[in-house]
Ligand binder design. Structure first.
Ligand code: CTP
Length: 399
C-alpha cells in the first residue's frame, strides 16, 4: 500500500515514543521508505538505534551533525517526503509548528515540507484540554494538517482521559489514506448535514430520532481529506468535530433550515444525511408541562422540507439525499429523487443488521434519476462516505 512512497516520521519526546517503533515497523512492512527524525527529548525515551534498525536508515537526531552527503539535510528530507507523520506529537512540537518556530531538525524539516503532514498527539489529559493546545491544533487543522485524535484511557501520568496516542492501526490507516488520497475535491465547498434534530416541547422535553450522525460526520471528514472546504451543519450528537471542518451545531429543524440556507449559495455540493424531523410541536411551552388526568395530545405542525427547497433552486449544484426506510426502500427512495430534484440518493433499510442507526457500518443502495441502482456490500461508514464522494466527483467532472 505504500510501495515507492517516502514517509518521514518525526518522533517527539513523550512516553508514547516507544509506540512509534511499531508505527515505523508497520510502515516499512507496507513498502514505504521510512526516515526517522527524533527530537532531543525523544532520545531520552527510546534509542535512535531502535528506529535505525527498523527503518534500515540512518536516524536524524541533530541539526549539527557532519553531513554524510552534500545536500542540505532538512531540505532533502522535506522534499523527499510523500507524507510527514509526527507520532507522538507533544504539546511542545504542536505549539512550535503552529507558531512558526523552527529550532531543531524536526520543526525545521516540517516547516520546509510541502508534503501532507499528519500529527498523532499524545500528552497528559489536562495538557490536551488546555485551550492553548486546542487553539494550536485548530490552527494547524485549518491549515490542512491531518490529526489522528488521541484515545481515551489510563495515561502514563496516572490520569485517565483523552491523551493516549491513537492505536497504531488508526495511525497507519490515516497515513495510507492521506498518501493515496487524491485532492479531487480541492476548490469545492461541500455542505453536509448530520444527526437528528430536536423539536422542543417544553424546557425539559423534545421529540427526536435515533440518528447518531456517524454517517454525516464520516462524509464531512472524507470530503475534507479530499481537499474540500467543508461546512457541517449538525444536530445534537456525541461525536467530535472532524479536523479542519467548520461545524455548526443546531437543535431544531428550523435552525438547520436557516443554517443550510445561509451556506447554500456558495456550496458546490450538498449532502443531506441528517434525519430531519418532519413535524414540530405547534406550541412550545416555556414552562414544564405538568401531568393532568386523562390523555395528553400534542399538536404537531410541518417543518419545512429543507432538501425539497434546495432542489427547487438547484442551479448547477450537486444534491445528494438520504433515505432511511423500514419498508419499500427502493420505491420511496425513487420518489424522493424526483420530488427533491436530486443527483442521487443513498438509501438504506434501517432494520437490516449492520445498516442501522449508531452502527459503524452501513449497507446502502445508490439510486440515480435514470433508474440505475448500485447496491453496495456492508462497508464501514468511512468507506461508504468515500464511495458517495467518488460519485460526486464523477458528476463534477461530467459537468
Ligand atoms: N429532509 C430534509 N428536510 C426535511 C425532511 C427530510 O431536508 N424536513 C431530507 C433528509 O435530510 C434526507 C431526505 O430529505 O436527505 C429524505 O429524508 P426522509 O426523512 O427519508 O424523507 P421525507 O421526505 O421526510 O419523507 P418521509 O418522512 O415521508 O419518508
Amino acid at each position: 500500500m505504500l510501495a515507492n512512497k517516502c514517509i518521514v516520521v518525526g518522533v517527539s519526546g513523550g512516553i508514547a515514543a516507544y509506540k512509534a517503533a511499531e508505527v515505523v515497523s508497520r510502515l516499512v512492512k507496507l513498502g514505504a521508505e521510512v526516515h526517522v527524525i527524533m527530537t532531543e527529548s525523544a532520545q531520552k525515551f527510546i534509542a535512535p538505534l531502535t528506529f535505525q534498525t527498523l527503518s534500515r536508515q540512518r536516524v536524524v537526531t541533530c541539526m549539527w551533525d557532519e553531513p554524510k552527503e552534500w545536500e542540505v539535510q532538512h531540505v532533502a528530507l522535506a522534499d523527499k517526503a510523500d507524507a510527514f507523520l509526527i507520532a507522538p506529537a507533544t504539546a511542545n512540537i504542536i505549539g512550535k509548528i503552529a507558531n512558526g518556530i523552527a529550532d531543531d531538525m524536526l520543526s525545521t524539516t516540517v516547516m520546509a515540507t510541502s508534503a501532507p503532514v499528519i500529527m498523532a498527539p499524545a500528552m497528559n489529559v489536562h495538557m490536551y484540554a488546555n485551550p492553548v493546545v486546542q487553539d494550536n491544533i485548530g490552527k494547524l487543522a485549518r491549515l490542512g494538517v491531518h490529526f489522528v485524535e488521541p484515545g481515551v484511557g489510563l495515561l502514563a501520568c496516572g490520569y485517565s482521559g483523552k491523551g493516549r496516542l491513537a492505536e497504531v492501526e488508526e495511525i497507519i490507516n490515516k497515513v495510507v489514506a492521506v498518501v493515496n488520497s487524491c485532492q479531487d475535491l480541492a476548490g469545492k465547498k461541500v455542505l453536509v448535514t448530520a444527526g437528528p434534530t430536536r423539536e422542543v416541547i417544553d424546557p425539559v422535553r423534545f421529540i427526536s430520532n435515533r440518528s447518531t450522525g456517524k454517517m454525516g460526520y464520516a462524509i464531512a471528514r472524507a470530503a475534507r481529506e479530499r481537499g474540500a472546504e467543508v461546512v457541517l451543519v449538525s444536530g445534537p450528537t456525541n461525536l467530535d468535530a472532524p479536523a479542519g471542518v467548520q461545524v455548526i451545531q443546531v437543535g431544531a429543524a428550523l435552525e438547520m433550515y436557516q443554517q443550510v440556507q445561509e451556506h447554500y449559495p456558495d456550496a458546490h455540493v450538498v449532502i443531506k444525511s441528517a434525519a430531519v424531523a418532519d413535524y414540530r410541536p405547534k406550541e412550545v411551552s416555556d414552562r414544564k408541562v405538568k401531568k393532568k388526568e386523562g390523555d395528553l395530545t400534542i399538536e404537531l405542525e410541518r417543518n419545512p422540507d429543507i432538501l425539497l427547497e434546495l432542489g427547487q433552486n438547484k442551479g448547477d449544484k450537486i444534491l445528494v439525499g438520504f433515505a432511511a426506510e423500514t419498508n419499500d426502500l427502493v420505491a420511496y427512495a425513487r420518489d424522493k429523487i424526483t420530488r427533491k430534484n436530486l443527483d442521487f440518493i443513498v438509501a438504506n433499510d434501517v432494520t437490516q443488521p449492520g445498516a442501522g442507526f449508531g452502527a459503524d457500518t452501513n449497507i446502502v443502495k445508490l439510486l440515480f434519476p435514470g433508474g440505475q441502482i448500485e447496491e453496495l456490500p456492508q462497508l464501514t461508514k468511512d468507506q461508504v462516505a468515500n464511495v458517495i464522494l467518488d460519485k460526486v466527483v464523477g458528476l463534477i467532472n461530467k459537468v
